[in-house]
Design a protein around this ligand. Structure first.
Ligand code: XMP
Length: 326
């Protein structure tokens, strides 16, 4: 790929004023590149694709079509937020695909983590491709590629999986963030008026909750995971830890343990709380969380999430443990 080196004299975007300058320059460049043609974007709800969407809306308005594929493995409220933020501007140009059944049916009975990732990634490409083919007059594909993607994976935005689109779709790429680091993308996102919850969204793997519902995913265990994760996020938020702890989530493993509920013996799942601090995700440490907070989260999960009888806190650093469980 040519022209993939950040210009040496490029100033780091650290303030609103610098972000506004960047936005103005990009609007010019995008209009020049795209002309009157149409642009397609896979809008995952992640920071990068959301910032690209906002930038393109500002530049070319409804020449942009966004496709949001809900693979059924999103966190609670996440697809709803994407629609709430972008529907107003894009209206019918925001295509929402609820692929829950399609993805979960394909994943049924599959327990190997790499196989699960392959199915989710492959299916994502197929769904996106089907939509792209329906929109026959589109010339450009926008991508939320950022500079670390270029450095680390030779320009393929691996976790968006769009890098694997068949070449007969023949898109030209629009990648306005390709020289930005993550912190700069966030400054630009804020300057574009995106909500804090979107701009400061934690890293979330492409395969979503799929790698946190370990082994073969079932709908009931996935539902328990989604609820437990929402409780964890809400309580971390209330405790002022959002933005202070790098990544936190829950895991629901595919085994049960005994418990008692209402005087009766049950055989239910454990929920594992995972929280880590890291700089680059290559190594990670586990923060010493306040005991009262852990107990509060535990009480809420046990009271509110059906099918769960235990809550654990994973104390393992990376290495030897990875951040995710699969
Ligand atoms: P691990 O589990 O390898 O995770 O310590 C390091 C960071 O990468 C994220 N992660 C993924 N991101 N697709 C992604 O886009 C994936 O398949 C994937 N697996 C892990 C993880 O959440 C953590 O931030």
């Amino acid at each position: 790929m040519e022209n993939n080196k950040r210009p040496e004299n490029m100033e780091r975007i650290t303030t609103k004023a610098l972000a506004e300058k960047f936005i103005a320059e990009q609007i010019e460049l995008i209009r020049k590149q795209v002309g009157k043609e149409k642009v397609l974007l896979a809008l995952s709800g992640g920071v990068d694709s959301s910032v690209v969407a906002a930038l393109l809306i500002k530049s070319i308005g409804k020449q942009l079509t966004c496709v949001h594929v809900n693979h059924g493995l999103m966190r609670k409220g996440e697809s709803e937020q994407v629609l709430a933020v972008f529907r107003k501007n894009l209206e019918e140009n925001l295509i929402y695909i609820d692929g829950t059944d399609r993805f979960l049916n394909k994943l049924a009975g599959v327990s190997d983590p790499e196989e699960k990732r392959k199915i989710i990634g492959g299916e994502f490409i197929r769904v996106f491709e089907e939509e792209a083919r329906k929109l026959s007059d589109i010339k450009f594909l926008a991508q939320g590629t950022i500079y670390p993607d270029i450095i680390e994976s030779k320009g393929v935005k691996a976790h968006h999986n769009v890098g694997g689109l068949p070449s007969d779709l023949n898109f030209q790429l629009v990648e306005p963030l390709k020289f930005l680091f993550k912190d700069e993308v966030r400054v630009v996102g804020l300057a574009l008026g995106l909500p804090d919850s979107m701009v400061y969204r934690q890293p979330f793997p492409g395969p979503g909750l799929g790698v946190r519902c370990t082994g073969a995913i079932t709908r009931d265990r996935l539902a328990a995971l989604r609820e437990a994760d929402a409780i964890l996020r809400e309580e971390f938020d209330k405790a002022g830890l959002a933005g202070k702890i790098w990544q936190y989530f829950t895991v629901v493993p595919d085994y049960r343990s005994t418990g008692v509920r209402d005087g009766k013996r049950v055989f239910d799942w454990p929920v594992v709380i995972r929280a880590v601090n890291t700089v680059d995700a290559m190594s990670a440490e586990v923060p010493e969380l306040d005991w009262k907070l852990l107990k509060k989260i535990t009480d809420r999960i046990l009271a509110e999430v059906p099918g769960v009888c235990r809550v654990l806190y994973d104390l393992s650093p990376k290495a030897p443990a990875t951040i995710e469980w699969e």
